[in-house]
Design a protein around this ligand. Structure first.
Ligand SMILES: [Zn+2]
Ligand SMILES: [Zn+2]
Length: 272
């Protein structure tokens, strides 16, 4: 079996995780992961108040301090990297360069969870047909802006809001049949800028399927996309690395033969 990698998980440095750094990384190791990258939230906006989140300025420094403190205590055969999930950049694009510039960072997920229109995707009323009708357009408009900002390595969890829609009984994934042109434009932008796509496995845990969907992954591959990372998006030790092995299988089935890991923002390719 290929080396297990997890390039998306959180620790208590993230405002929505209580997992101690050491416990979380050890849970990854004990689940079999040997190439891991901590990606705590660096949220430019506060998900609840929808105002600026000043904590975003401290995340990269906290990441470095935790790494330096715990790296000596961790197993030698674990390759651990420092990253972050840089989110909501489109609200303060002038900060994106600064937040993404600390030279010790190995990897940055480009992420997006908040609409200007409705707030957090988690809190949207998916039962309202008028909201549902426009939501994919808003989502694609905004992640296209993220892609063009370009201050990241890999775009996180494309289409992840399907989870919240499904919980509300509405299935509204991003499909090529409905949004193919804009999805292709997004993927071409990422490829031209040398950016990759994350396969986020959190949807494999709860029956929503991978984010992005297989058809989007196949399109990315057919357009020449090669950089794909795999992430569990775990926020608790009991979810560490969950379904990353299944994520590798999904990628193989979509035609990928390599997954990416990063050191100082440069990809390296591991056969799967
Ligand atoms: Zn996220
Ligand atoms: Zn995350």
């Amino acid at each position: 079996m290929a080396v297990l990698t997890d390039y998306h998980f959180h620790t208590e440095i993230s405002l929505d995780s209580a997992a101690p750094y050491y416990d979380m990384v050890m849970a990854e190791y004990n689940a079999g992961v040997r190439r891991a990258c901590v990606t705590d939230h660096c949220d430019v906006m506060d998900w609840k108040t929808l105002g600026f989140n000043p904590q975003c300025r401290t995340v990269a420094r906290q990441e470095l301090e935790a790494y330096e403190k715990y790296r000596p205590l961790l197993p030698a055969d674990l390759q651990l990297r420092m990253g972050m999930e840089l989110a909501e950049m489109i609200f303060h694009p002038e900060l994106a360069e600064e937040l993404s510039s600390p030279p010790w960072l190995d990897f940055i997920l480009g992420s997006y969870h908040l609409t200007k229109e409705y707030g957090d995707y988690h809190d949207i009323d998916y039962s309202d047909p008028a909201v549902r009708r426009g939501l994919c357009d808003i989502y694609l408009r905004d992640i296209q802006q993220v892609a063009e900002l370009n201050y990241f390595d890999v775009m996180a969890h494309i289409g992840y809001f399907r989870r919240y829609a499904m919980r509300a009984g509405a299935d509204m994934g991003l499909t090529l049949a409905q949004h193919g042109d804009r999805i292709e434009h997004l993927l071409r932008t990422l490829i031209q800028n040398g950016r990759g796509v994350e396969l986020n496995c959190s949807g494999l845990r709860d029956g929503c399927g991978p984010f992005p969907s297989e058809e989007i992954l196949k399109l990315y591959k057919s357009l020449g996309g090669e950089i794909v990372t795999v992430g569990s998006d775990a926020h608790r030790p009991q979810d560490a690395a969950r379904c990353v092995d299944q994520g590798q299988e999904v990628l193989r089935a979509c035609g990928f033969r390599y997954i990416a890991v990063f050191t100082k923002r440069k990809p390296e390719f591991i056969p799967i």
